[in-house]
Design a protein around this ligand. Structure first.
Ligand code: PAF
Length: 282
């Protein structure tokens, strides 16, 4: 695997390559990232991965400074898996050599709800860096995980609206045996919090079961699930059943007609904010 830090070296490595598959990450790689790389390998050749902790998507009160930076270990993991041909690991001075005044605003319909409501500039930061990374790597396909469900949809919408010639491929969420979705932020959890954390996914499954039993009581089911989290010491931002196609609330008729749904949640456990989701249909 070649590790490159500059855009010039990246372009040198990729000259003439027409089927590049790309995985963007913020590093601190775990099994879910490695699985994204494997899927990328099935959809293109060569695979390019990036590691860049993108300041633009963190609010001032968020964990930009603490975000784990583990480049040496990340390189070892990628070398061992052998799926990635080039790792692009730019410094901030490479991706943001001057103040980033041109920014991609995803708009409020998709970008202002759910995560966008609680992290107002998050999707602007994600879209801006993903567009920059796409223009550096020029991939044919790019793989994003479904754990960041709304991010995946926002990136897809950006590609569609800007006519970017990049096919976005979704990777299923990778979970620990107890159901907790893998995330770099899990390492912030204390042992007690780690034991509690799988409750979030268990609750999403319970919401799915309850909604199948009483589809007309979506609002009550959501409210009870939020209350349950609060009673267990969580501070939830949202837990909401939405339509898969646009993340808007389903009507009762749509619920009955088998509309593809996803229940999404974000909640803080101690100092750690966890997100998760579950797709389903009733
Ligand atoms: O999902 C992430 O790790 C980040 O949001 C991404 C897509 C790498 C952009 O910084």
């Amino acid at each position: 695997m070649k590790v490159v830090h500059s855009i010039e070296d990246l372009r040198d490595q990729l000259r003439g390559q027409l089927r590049v598959a790309f995985v963007a990450t913020m590093g601190n790689l775990h099994a879910a990232h490695l699985s994204l790389m494997r899927l990328a390998r099935q959809h293109g050749d060569p695979v390019v991965a990036s590691i860049f902790v993108n300041r633009l998507q963190f609010a001032p009160n968020e964990d930009f400074d603490q975000y784990p930076r583990t480049l040496a270990q990340d390189i070892e993991k990628l070398e061992a898996e052998r799926d990635v041909y080039v790792l692009f690991a730019p410094d901030e001075s490479v991706l943001y050599p001057e103040p980033q005044n041109f920014r991609v605003q995803p708009g409020n319909t998709l970008g202002g709800i759910l995560e966008g409501e609680f992290r107002p500039d998050f999707f602007m930061g994600v879209c801006t860096v993903v567009l920059k990374l796409f223009s550096c790597v020029q991939p044919t396909v790019a793989v994003f995980g479904k754990k960041d469900y709304q991010q995946l949809m926002v990136v897809r919408a950006m590609c569609r609206q800007f006519q970017l010639p990049v096919e976005i491929i979704a990777h299923e969420t990778v979970r620990d045996d107890d159901g907790l979705a893998l995330s770099s932020r899990n390492r912030y959890l204390t042992p007690e919090e780690r034991a509690e954390a799988p409750r979030l996914y268990a609750l999403l499954q319970r919401v799915r079961e309850q909604l199948a039993a009483v589809p007309d009581e979506r609002v009550r089911v959501e409210a009870e699930a939020l209350q349950h989290l609060r009673e267990r010491g969580w501070a939830p931002d949202y837990l909401s059943v939405r339509r898969q196609r646009d993340l808007l609330e389903p009507t009762a008729d749509e619920l009955h007609a088998g509309e593809p749904l996803v229940v999404l949640a974000a909640a803080r456990l101690g100092h750690t904010r966890l997100i998760d989701n579950l797709e389903f249909q009733i």
